[in-house]
Write a new protein. Structure first.
Length: 410
C-alpha cells in the first residue's frame, strides 16, 4: 500500500509497567500511514515489538568495547521506535494513560543508562588510544634529542683534543729538528776525529827513508844532533795530534750520547702525540657511532610507531564514524519516543531532522614529519678527516696511521 493510503488496524497491546508491576492491556484502532513499513492489515503486538527492541538493546549493551554498531542494528532501532510511535500516534489521545508510556520510560532509561554510557566509554577508549600514540611519538623525539645531546656533549671534547694533538706535534717537530741538528754536529765531530786520528796513525809514513841518511858534508856529531832534533820535533807533533785525536773521540762520544738522548726524547714525544691522536680518533669514532646509533634507533622507533599509528588511525576513523552514527540514531530514537501521543508532524520531524554528533571527534591527525638525522661528516681514517684535523700539522711531525675502531674497515 502507498504512504498516503489510510488503514484501519486492530492492535492488541499488552505491556508491563516497570513501576507498578501491573498488566496494561487494550485494543486500539490505528489510523495512519507507515513510514518505511506497511502496517495495513497487520496485527502488531506492542509487547512483542518492545521485547524485540529490548533484545537488540541488550545485545548491543553486552558487546565488547570498540565493537561498532552495525547498520542493521541502527536501522532496526529506528524502525522499531518509529513503529511504536506510529502505534501511539494513530489512535491514542492521552499518552499519559497509554501503555506506551511504560515503553517510553523503559527505553529512554535504557538509552541513558546503557547505550549512551557505552558510546561514551567506547569514545573515551578510542580517544585514549590515539592519545597514547602522541606519547609514543613524543618518546621517539625525546630519545632522539637525548641521543643527539649526548653525542654533542662528547663532540665538544674533540676540538680540545685536536688542539692538544696539534701542540704535541709542534713540539715533536722541534725535537725532530733538534735531533737532525745533533746528527749534523755528530757528523762534523766524526770528521774532525777521523782527520786528527789519521794524522797520528799515518804521520811520517809518506816520507822517504832518506831523512835518516847522513849528509855528505856533516860529521857524525852533526848527524846525531840533527836526528835528535828531528825525532824530538816529530814526537811533539805526534803528541799534539794524539791529544787532538783523543779530544775529538771524546767529543764524538759525547755527541753520540747527546744525539741518542735527542732520539729518545723524539720517540717519547712521538709516542705521547700518538696516544693523544688515538684518544682523538677514538673520541671522533664514538661521536660518529653515537650519531649513527641514535639515528637508527630514532628511525626504528618512528617506523614502528608510524606503522601502528596507521593501523589504529584507519580503524579509529571507522569506529568514531560508527559511534557518531549510533549517537545520532539514539537521539532520533529518543525523539521518536518523546513523540508518543504527539502530532504526526512531530513524528515526521523526528525522522527527517538532522542530529549533531560532531562532538565525537578524535584527534587522529598525522604526526609531525620525521626529523633529519645528524651524522659526522668526517670519520677518522677518511681523507676528509685527515684534511679537516691534520692538514695544519708540520711535515716533520705527521699524524700516525689511525688505529681506532672505526678505522679498521676503511
Amino acid at each position: 500500500m502507498g504512504r498516503n493510503n489510510a488503514a484501519t488496524v486492530v492492535l492488541c497491546v499488552v505491556a508491563v509497567s516497570c513501576s507498578a508491576g501491573t498488566k496494561l492491556s487494550g485494543v486500539y484502532t490505528i489510523k495512519g500511514e507507515a513510514s518505511g513499513q506497511n502496517l495495513d492489515g497487520q496485527n502488531l503486538d506492542g509487547l512483542s515489538l518492545l521485547t524485540q527492541l529490548q533484545q537488540v538493546v541488550t545485545a548491543r549493551a553486552s558487546a565488547s568495547i570498540h565493537h561498532a554498531a552495525t547498520p542493521e542494528y541502527l536501522s532496526n532501532m529506528v524502525t522499531m521506535a518509529s513503529n511504536l510511535a506510529r502505534m501511539s500516534n494513530a489512535g491514542i489521545s492521552d499518552s499519559s494513560n497509554s501503555p506506551f508510556t511504560a515503553i517510553k520510560e523503559s527505553m529512554k532509561a535504557t538509552i541513558t543508562n546503557i547505550l549512551d554510557v557505552r558510546v561514551d566509554v567506547d569514545f573515551i577508549g578510542l580517544k585514549r588510544r590515539m592519545e597514547a600514540f602522541t606519547k609514543l611519538f613524543s618518546a621517539c623525539e625525546t630519545q632522539f634529542a637525548k641521543g643527539n645531546q649526548a653525542a654533542a656533549a662528547k663532540q665538544q671534547e674533540v676540538p680540545c683534543l685536536t688542539k692538544r694533538h696539534a701542540s704535541c706535534r709542534a713540539v715533536e717537530a722541534v725535537k725532530f729538528a733538534d735531533k737532525n741538528a745533533c746528527n749534523a754536529s755528530l757528523q762534523t765531530s766524526r770528521l774532525v776525529q777521523t782527520t786528527g786520528c789519521d794524522i797520528v796513525i799515518h804521520y811520517g809514513q809518506d816520507e822517504s827513508t832518506s831523512l835518516c841518511a847522513p849528509k855528505l858534508t856533516e860529521t857524525a856529531e852533526q848527524y846525531n844532533r840533527r836526528m835528535v832534533a828531528e825525532f824530538k820535533s816529530r814526537l811533539d807533533t805526534i803528541r799534539s795530534q794524539k791529544s787532538l785525536c783523543q779530544n775529538a773521540s771524546v767529543a764524538v762520544s759525547s755527541q753520540q750520547n747527546a744525539c741518542a738522548k735527542e732520539e729518545r726524547d723524539l720517540q717519547q714525544q712521538r709516542q705521547s702525540c700518538n696516544r693523544i691522536q688515538e684518544t682523538l680518533d677514538s673520541k671522533a669514532c664514538e661521536v660518529g657511532m653515537m650519531m649513527n646509533s641514535t639515528c637508527q634507533a630514532y628511525q626504528a622507533c618512528r617506523t614502528q610507531t608510524m606503522y601502528s599509528w596507521s593501523l589504529a588511525h584507519n580503524t579509529t576513523e571507522w569506529s568514531v564514524h560508527s559511534l557518531r552514527q549510533e549517537y545520532m540514531t539514539l537521539r532520533k530514537v529518543e525523539c521518536l519516543l518523546d513523540s508518543l501521543g504527539a502530532e504526526q508532524s512531530q513524528l515526521e520531524l523526528c525522522l527527517t531532522q538532522p542530529y549533531d554528533g560532531s562532538h565525537l571527534q578524535v584527534n587522529s591527525s598525522a604526526p609531525l614529519e620525521c626529523q633529519a638525522c645528524q651524522t659526522l661528516a668526517e670519520l677518522p681514517g677518511t681523507p676528509e678527516y685527515e684534511q679537516a684535523v691534520f692538514a695544519s700539522l708540520p711535515p716533520e711531525a705527521p699524524a700516525a696511521p689511525c688505529t681506532a675502531s672505526c678505522c679498521i674497515d676503511i
